[in-house]
Design a protein around this ligand. Structure first.
Ligand SMILES: Nc1ncnc2c1ncn2[C@@H]1O[C@H](COP(=O)(O)OP(=O)(O)OP(=O)(O)O)[C@@H](O)[C@H]1O
Length: 246
């Protein structure tokens, strides 16, 4: 078992204008090097968890506790937010420049990753010249280049076509393992969660509080798609546990 990287301890959070909490007494742990997915109904509060982790909101009760000295996080939103007036390389080096690394050195640090991220040859192109999958890979490289070992991915592939999405899932899972990154992924897509994750937390309603935890052991079902079905059934049962009929 890997070491604990992050702990959510008894977190309760209510937006100022809301009548009831979005997160209530939530407890969860994240382990170093794992790929963890969160599945919950739309509007349940998944992005709010990311906002709390990034310190953009403060819980009224409880805390997010980091177990190592590096609490830096990379964040990748649904829309890639690449800056259209900067080249791909200049987009990728942005977090380094913001940390005070000079431009030349930032480029030297970023360049070697272009091959691993399937972006070789795009360094001096502009984002508009890239395909959707390439844009997401550039966005992902930008999220991790600052040295963050924890990445928060908020439905990063939802705008991609089905084929590109499948390629991206396999690629993402592999690159995270190779770079020993810890990932928390928000997704609506059960197949995606099962394909990429080591562990999945499934919430059935808001406020987000208790959840079903699925640990996906080896041999991983991504290796044999027919083995996805039992996991999918468990997720659906949990998601619809509060619903009388569909
Ligand atoms: N700044 C805010 N002020 C008040 N309420 C908010 C704010 N941001 C989000 N909410 C509400 O909090 C709830 C949770 O929102 P959140 O975006 O975290 O859900 P989500 O699970 O990520 O949704 P989706 O799956 O649709 O992206 C929603 O009801 C939303 O309307």
């Amino acid at each position: 078992m890997s070491a604990k990287l992050l702990e959510l301890r008894d977190i309760t959070f209510t937006y100022k204008t809301a009548q009831r909490p979005t997160i209530e007494r939530l407890n969860a742990e994240v382990y170093e090097g794992e790929f963890l997915s969160l599945i919950a109904p739309s509007g349940a509060g998944k992005s709010t968890i990311f906002r709390l982790l990034m310190g953009l909101e403060q819980p009224q009760h409880g805390e997010a506790l980091f177990h190592n000295n590096n609490s830096a996080m990379g964040y990748m939103p649904q829309k890639d937010l690449l800056l259209e007036w900067r080249t791909v390389l200049e987009n990728v080096t942005l977090p380094l420049e913001l940390k005070g690394v000079n431009k030349k050195e930032a480029k030297t640090i970023a360049e070697p990753y272009f091959v691993q991220f399937g972006l070789e040859g795009t360094q001096h192109q502009y984002p508009r010249e890239l395909s959707g999958g390439m844009r997401q890979r550039a966005s992902f490289l930008r999220a991790m280049i600052g040295g963050s070992k924890l990445l928060l991915l908020d439905e990063p592939f939802s705008a991609l076509d089905a084929m590109t999405r499948l390629h991206m899932q396999d690629w993402l899972q592999k690159v995270c393992r190779d770079l020993n990154l810890t990932v928390i992924l928000i997704t609506h897509d059960m197949d995606e969660a099962i394909r990429v994750s080591d562990r999945i937390l499934v919430f059935s309603s808001s406020p987000m509080s208790t959840y079903l935890e699925l640990s996906i052991e080896e041999p991983h079902p991504r290796a044999n798609l027919e083995t996805l079905a039992p996991f999918k059934q468990q997720i659906m049962r949990q998601l619809f546990s509060g619903v009388d009929s569909i």
